[in-house]
Design a protein around this ligand. Sequence first.
Ligand SMILES: Nc1ncnc2c1ncn2[C@@H]1O[C@H](COP(=O)(O)OP(=O)(O)O)[C@@H](O)[C@H]1O
Ligand SMILES: [Mg+2]
Length: 430
Amino acid sequence: MGLEMGSERYGAKQIAELLLTADIYNRKESLTEDDLPPKIRKHYFDVETKSVKRPIYVTSSDVQKIYGIENVKATIKDLSFVAYEEFGSQLRLTVFDVAAKWFANQKDMAAIRSNPTLAFFYENYDSMNVSYAEAKNGNRPLYSDREWIDARIKEICKDQKEAEDLLKLAYIRAPEDIRDSISDLVLTDEQKVEIEKTGKALQNREYLQQIGLYEIGKLLFIGPPGTGKTSTARALSSWFSLPMVEVRLSMITSQYLGETSKNIDKVFDLAKRLSPCILLIDEFDFVAKTRTSDEHGAIKRAVNTLLKAIDEISLVEHGVLLLAATNHPQLLDYAAWRRFDKVLNFPLPDAEMRRRILDKVLSLIDADVDTYELAELTDGYSGSDLRLVVREAVLNALLEDRRKLSQDDLLSSIEEFGRRISEYKGSIAT
Ligand SMILES: Nc1ncnc2c1ncn2[C@@H]1O[C@H](COP(=O)(O)OP(=O)(O)O)[C@@H](O)[C@H]1O
Ligand SMILES: [Mg+2]
């Protein structure tokens, strides 16, 4: 019983938040979709107009879908300021001021600070310590919602078939769908600085345009396999809350060769419309391979289309951050190199970085180990190799029904890994 009452109280707060948010948003024209918390915004997003149309109505089915509250009528029983109209199952505020006061008395500052529309209202309310600017800054903007991205794809493709073809050439992800995170990566100082500069460039696009500085926002990540190039590119999507368009270069050689140039243009067009966003071209050395050995000439044409498209896209002008990555920079010719404003190195990690990578990978694992020693023993290992070493140690321990790792577990895993590497190197040498 106590529990139920507790959850009803919790639900009541959410319903009040939704009704207040709807009311304030409906009245204040200067508030935009970016002022709505993603949960509410996604629910009311209208694909046709790509906006949240005014007025927002709240029905019991909206409340159910947004918050999973089943028994809406029981939940609002004690809220004197909420009226429920059986016809249309609509909820509305009877007296706004009473509702606003009730909500303020709940003292749920976290709810207000994560809802710019509420923060806008409460900023000037009694002695509430809320900043609209801060709330807005912390709120994910509309362009990072999956719903917004899907609406954009729909807009540039005539029909389902065209959209499917486009999605064969590019993966498109919303920041919320991306698992890679900057906090899981150990970055070099150069990488950190470059990420920071990129963030500043994204924030100051207008200024950069004013001063005519366009040579910015095309980065080439180079380094051996497994040094975090792909993970970093993807992690930047969630770090900057930007949608990610990931070009699948290998698809250029697919059966739709005749259409490829058109589709490349379409991918870049999509990136511009999703702007601001990140456009990632992974395994960029593919470009080089096809330039030297092409029987058809069609691949060459597709690659030229790609290079031209890269030339014509700009962070400052279009809001598209272009990232390319390659394990084989030596394969790229000058024509490919010169397209980038900055080449960012992803070196094999030194001992200090290896130790920090091991610490991160082991952070959720019950392990009694000396990562200084392990780092010393893994010279030449990439971040990806270190993950594999830990994975093997975990699996070997599980074979013995253990979840706790010892130093010996990791040492034997390193030995096993080292042996496999030298066997592999032996086999390609012969
Ligand atoms: N510097 C690093 N810090 C933490 N993890 C790393 C690092 N470098 C690589 N990894 C891990 O290794 C795996 C492979 O990395 P990935 O980004 O695919 O490498 P690349 O694209 O350079 O070949 C990922 O799980 C990644 O998290
Ligand atoms: Mg990669």
